[in-house]
Ligand binder design. Structure first.
Ligand SMILES: Nc1nc2c(ncn2[C@@H]2O[C@H](COP(=O)(O)OP(=O)(O)OP(=O)(O)O)[C@@H](O)[C@H]2O)c(=O)[nH]1
Ligand SMILES: [Mg+2]
Length: 357
């Protein structure tokens, strides 16, 4: 990155997004640094993007395009790729506006175009066809995902999802707990695909732990739409572990951003544990806090240094035992009774099997 600028504005300039003074400043910097790309940290309209690009004489992209680009780089699985492509096409179709003169020209011709169609109409039609195809593919994948989830639910085992702002340390925690090697790195959206593993909590008690895609402030709506199936996994969890980067000075704001996405996917009511990670950076020791009902609702850990992960397991069990109305103490956790495993039978079977408890 060559330069970074911020601007405070009361109202937005509809044609150029920022004021003419700022435009001149950026223009000067672009020329001086021979800049090839300018990224706006906000969402731009197609017209603004075109006008800015013409002013700066280089490519201009907005926040949504940047996030989509990162997602496209990280997509590994077939489903991930389809989801990202769908979000990209939806974004692109909203960008196809009158104003790029070549799109307005009428081009009859052999092959793709119908007679008299403008380039703009052709592009829209082709995108529409592709979007329909991708949606259909996603529907099939969603069905498979649903079946897998049902099978998991039938097995009656506790489902716990690690959720949170991107780069908070979800995958690192997942790897330590499940002894896996999913990709964890100091970058945005390192994880796109949900990975699930069985993790043992204590003597014979276990859970299915899922590592999920990270959230970000103002996650583009198109992406939430495309990733709905993946995000809905969180809605069907028994418990969410909200991972927070406690070393980040903006952690409160990030927590709030996560809440907004959870609300958007309908997961705001799922039971929650707040997991404050990276305490090593702040030189703190692992600890827990209880809520009024005695459940552990806040845990401080360092996944990197493997400190406090047992406290997280205890917190998960305390929530499960609370649901079972058993109450939490170390005896319950360590006893060889399989009461916590029965929790899932209670949840998923008919009332008559509740006696299994
Ligand atoms: N110092 C420190 N660094 C950590 C800790 N936990 C994770 N990290 C680092 O934080 C970075 C992000 O970790 P990830 O586990 O990939 O984060 P994530 O939440 O899965 O991120 P996304 O998949 O992008 O949403 C990595 O460089 C980790 O090494 C910790 O406890 N302490
Ligand atoms: Mg990750």
């Amino acid at each position: 990155m060559v330069f970074e600028l911020t601007a405070k504005r009361q109202g937005l300039n509809s044609g150029l997004f920022v004021g003419t003074g700022k435009i001149e400043e950026i223009k000067y910097l672009c020329k001086k640094n021979q800049t090839s790309l300018v990224i706006f940290g906000q969402e731009l309209s197609a017209i603004q993007q075109r006008n800015l690009s013409q002013s700066f004489n280089c490519r201009v992209i907005d926040r949504v395009a940047l996030i989509l680009d990162i997602f496209a780089l990280r997509a590994n699985s077939h489903e991930g790729k389809v989801q990202v492509e769908l979000a990209q096409l939806e974004y692109l179709s909203s960008r196809l506006v009158r104003g790029w003169s070549h799109l307005e020209r009428q081009k009859g011709g052999i092959g793709l175009r119908g007679p008299g169609e403008t380039q703009l109409e052709t592009d829209r039609r082709l995108i529409g066809v592709k979007v329909k195809k991708l949606r259909h593919q996603l529907k099939i994948l969603e069905k498979q995902r649903k079946n897998r989830r049902r099978a998991r639910e039938r097995s009656g085992i506790l489902n716990v999802s690690l959720i949170g702002y991107t780069n908070a340390g979800k995958s690192t925690i997942f790897n330590v707990l499940s002894k896996s090697k999913v990709y964890a790195a100091n970058q945005l959206f390192a994880t796109l695909d949900t990975t699930s593993r069985r993790v043992f909590l204590n003597k014979g008690k276990s859970m299915i732990l899922s590592d999920t895609v990270g959230f970000i402030n103002k996650l583009p709506h198109g992406l939430i739409e495309a990733f709905k199936a993946t995000l809905h996994e969180t809605v069907h969890s028994d418990l969410l572990v909200h991972v927070i980067d406690y070393s980040d000075e903006n952690w409160r704001r990030h927590m709030n951003d996560v809440e907004i996405v959870l609300r958007e996917v309908g997961a705001e009511k799922v039971a929650r544990i707040n997991l404050f990670n990276k305490i090593d950076i702040k030189g703190l020791d692992p600890r827990v806090e209880h809520d009024q009902c005695g459940r552990i609702n806040n845990v401080w850990i360092s996944a990197e240094n493997n400190k406090g992960l047992n406290l997280l397991k205890q917190a998960i069990l305390s929530n499960v035992l609370y649901d079972l109305d058993i109450g939490f103490n170390e005896d319950n956790v360590d006893s060889s009774s399989n009461s916590t495993n029965s929790y899932f039978l209670k949840k998923n079977k008919s009332p008559s099997t509740g006696s299994l408890l």
